[in-house]
Design a protein around this ligand. Structure first.
Ligand SMILES: NC(=O)c1ccc[n+]([C@@H]2O[C@H](COP(=O)([O-])OP(=O)(O)OC[C@H]3O[C@@H](n4cnc5c(N)ncnc54)[C@H](O)[C@@H]3O)[C@@H](O)[C@H]2O)c1
Length: 265
């Protein structure tokens, strides 16, 4: 059944939507009635997400196998979306990667890759979305940033640098696009401890590095949060939907913390 909500018939692209937070945001927007085009570099996962969008929410835009660092692929796919659905109302720039090393051991090629996906990839998607939104004189861009976009992150310099850069980019393009009625904001989630990124990679990495168990790593991170729990997908989805909706029509260039108060510690 087609869903009705505050984003009914809005056409949305979500990058990095093959799993994790991007996948959850794709379903969150569809629950509000949006036509969601999920993109990812992983063909298999993005196909499954598209099938679930169709079966659970009634319809989906076209799934795209799109690498956000490939400007031609991004441009072509955005043109396709606009030709098919008539507009592009929402871009969620979510695709991101994390590789952590001490600065003295950080391989230059991996540093460049993190900046390329997290910062340049956001720039490329925002650029081609902005071309359409400027002409439409409406549209919303939301970048999925991180608490590491506002505070340095131990042995995680490339990720933090890419996310700090993302806030500069968000503020700057918000200025470029404000005269056209296009709004650009970022959200800065805390640790999504139940996401695949943590479950499949970070818990083991940190447990090994500090010589403690996965449970102790979890406890250590939760203790840093005044509200005493990890960030959830729904915490992020709630704010993303608000930023996509008219209720936030006087907000642009902002980077909203969703951290349970962690940045105060
Ligand atoms: N997991 C967390 O705790 C957390 C916290 C704060 C912010 N974030 C941010 O949320 C976003 C999503 O994180 P996640 O935890 O869901 O990550 P994830 O690794 O689970 O998922 C990322 C998705 O992006 C895709 N991707 C990677 N490179 C891509 C590229 N070049 N082009 C297109 N797609 C690409 C991957 O295939 C994957 O499906 C990231 O921007 C991340 O920085 C995550």
């Amino acid at each position: 059944m087609e869903k009705q909500g505050c984003l009914t018939n809005k056409v949305a692209v979500v990058t990095g939507a093959g799993r994790g937070l991007g996948e959850a945001i794709a379903y969150g927007l569809a629950r509000e009635g949006a036509i969601v085009c999920p993109w990812d570099i992983n063909q298999e996962t993005i196909q499954k997400v598209a099938e679930k969008l169709k079966s659970d929410y009634g319809r989906t835009g076209k799934p795209g196998v799109v690498d956000v660092t490939d400007a031609r692929a991004v441009e072509n796919e955005i043109n396709w979306v606009v030709k098919t659905f008539g507009s592009l109302d929402i871009l969620i720039a979510n695709a991101g990667i994390l590789h952590a090393y001490d600065i003295t051991e950080f391989p230059e090629d991996i540093w460049r890759k993190v900046i390329e996906v997290n910062l340049t990839g956001y720039f490329i998607c925002a650029k081609y979305a902005a071309k359409v939104m400027k002409q439409q004189r409406r549209g919303v861009i939301v970048q999925i940033n991180s608490k590491s976009g506002k505070k340095g992150s131990f042995r995680n310099s490339a990720y933090a640098a890419s996310k700090f850069g993302g806030i500069g980019l968000t503020q700057s393009i918000a200025l470029d696009l404000a005269p056209y009625g296009v709004r650009v904001n970022a959200v800065c989630p805390g640790n999504l401890l139940d996401s695949p990124l943590w479950q499949e990679s970070l818990f083991d990495q940190y447990a090994k590095k500090w010589g403690i168990s996965r449970e102790e790593v979890r406890k250590k991170y939760i203790e840093q949060v005044p509200l005493g729990r990890p960030c959830t997908y729904q915490d992020v989805i709630n704010v993303v939907i608000f930023l996509c909706d008219e209720r936030s029509s006087y907000m642009t260039g902002q980077a909203i913390n969703i951290t349970g108060g962690q940045e105060m510690r």
